[in-house]
Design a binder for this molecule. Structure first.
Ligand SMILES: Cc1ncc(C[n+]2csc(CCOP(=O)(O)OP(=O)(O)O)c2C)c(N)n1
Length: 361
């Protein structure tokens, strides 16, 4: 599949593209891009430890979320900030995980959004399990799991697709093929013609879509969700896209890919492309473009203001609520931590008491 760099007939399922959906997609992409830029700036200011940018993948993330119902579940990875934002999770909460604060930053049940997954592919099993449980209970719920191209080499991915296909579980496995797993290019990841080709081997439906075309992604996920609800089982969607930034702010992408390659993909920018399409179609005008840019600026200005220093946490928290009876090595770690805390604030005994186990419920 070729990713187009200009509006042209779509190879993938053609958009339903009612104007309202198209405008929602456009707005979510512009806001997502601005959010991403701000989060990247936070890493340079030392306000965020790490951030995996979504720049270039906005069509995949907004197109998929907006094709689902709010009652459907999503299972994101660390790269899905724009998807989370599109789901309605407050911008500040989306970044909680990346500044190393506790928990995932939002209530998964309230947003029907699992915590962002860092171990590769485990979220596929969670999605398959939830979807199958929903099917057995007769709940009208579809689960969508995001996964990267590299993570399709993990056993959990294959187990999840196989299980979901056997059980006819209502799951969409949404692969963002952004061409690299950190420095490993897709050609070293698989010898298959495409990742979508893996689906038929499991009895699942495989679809490849231009992942830089938000309307095509929206159409593909709408159709996959419809099939899932109708009892036709899982769909594996391979969205062809490109990560325009490095893997995270800790990665130097110039060591494994050329500036020419990045420039070629920049010319296929999904945000600019949807804007051009909608301007050409008369769905969007200059005033609406300016108004959307202003609301994106307002969101990032509020984020810069509200994203204060992380709250100070009691380091003991990381050892609490893990085991009813903490094993010896955790008790030893707790004692070390307590000793360090006592030394740091000159206290006598508080930390040591915690280490003896009273705090380890
Ligand atoms: C089980 C597991 N193995 C290794 C890693 C280390 N790791 C983190 S990200 C990454 C590459 C993932 O690439 P891909 O699945 O293509 O997703 P992308 O980051 O490109 O979105 C690796 C190997 C991990 N997080 N989990």
């Amino acid at each position: 599949m070729t990713v187009l760099d200009a509006p042209a007939p779509h190879a993938a399922p053609r958009a339903p593209a009612d104007a309202r959906t198209a405008l929602r997609l456009y707005r979510a992409m512009v806001v997502g891009r601005a959010f991403d830029r701000t989060a990247t700036a936070f890493t340079r200011q030392g306000r965020l430890a790490v951030y995996p940018s979504s720049r270039g993948q906005e069509a995949c993330q907004t197109g998929s979320v907006l094709a689902l119902r709010p009652t459907d579940w999503i299972f994101p990875t660390y790269r899905e900030s724009v998807a989370l934002l599109t789901r309605g999770i407050p911008a500040e909460d989306v970044l909680t995980l990346f500044r190393g604060d506790r928990h995932c930053g939002y209530d998964p049940a309230a947003h029907r959004t699992a915590p962002q997954c860092t171990p590769l592919a485990t979220q596929c099993l969670h999605a398959a399990g939830l979807a199958d449980a929903a099917r057995m209970r007769g709940d009208d719920v579809v689960a969508l799991a995001y996964i990267g191209d590299g993570a399709t080499s993990e056993g959990d991915f294959h187990e999840a697709v196989n299980y979901a296909a056997v059980r006819r579980a209502p799951v969409v496995f949404f692969v963002q093929n952004n061409q690299y797993a950190i420095s490993v290019p897709i050609a070293k990841q698989t010898a298959a013609r495409s990742l979508a080709d893996k689906a038929p081997g499991y009895g699942a439906t495989g679809v490849q879509v231009d992942g830089n075309d938000a309307l095509a992604v929206h159409a593909a996920v709408t159709e996959a969700a419809r099939r899932a609800r109708a009892g036709a089982g899982p769909t594996l969607i391979e969205a062809m896209t490109y990560r325009l930034e490095a893997h995270t702010n800790a990665d130097d992408d110039t060591r494994y890919r050329s500036a020419d390659e990045v420039a070629a993909w920049s010319a296929k920018d999904p945000v600019a492309r949807l804007e051009r399409t909608l301007l050409d179609d008369g769905v969007l005008d200059a005033a609406a473009v300016a108004e959307t840019a202003a609301s994106a600026d307002a969101l990032t200005a509020a984020l810069r203001r509200d994203f204060a220093e992380p709250p100070r946490r009691d380091p003991m928290e990381m050892l609490r609520h893990v085991y009813h009876q903490p094993p010896h090595h955790l008790r030893e770690q707790a004692a070390l931590l307590a000793g360090a805390a006592d030394e740091a604030d000159g206290a006598d005994g508080d930390g040591a008491a915690a280490a003896r186990g009273g705090e380890h419920r």
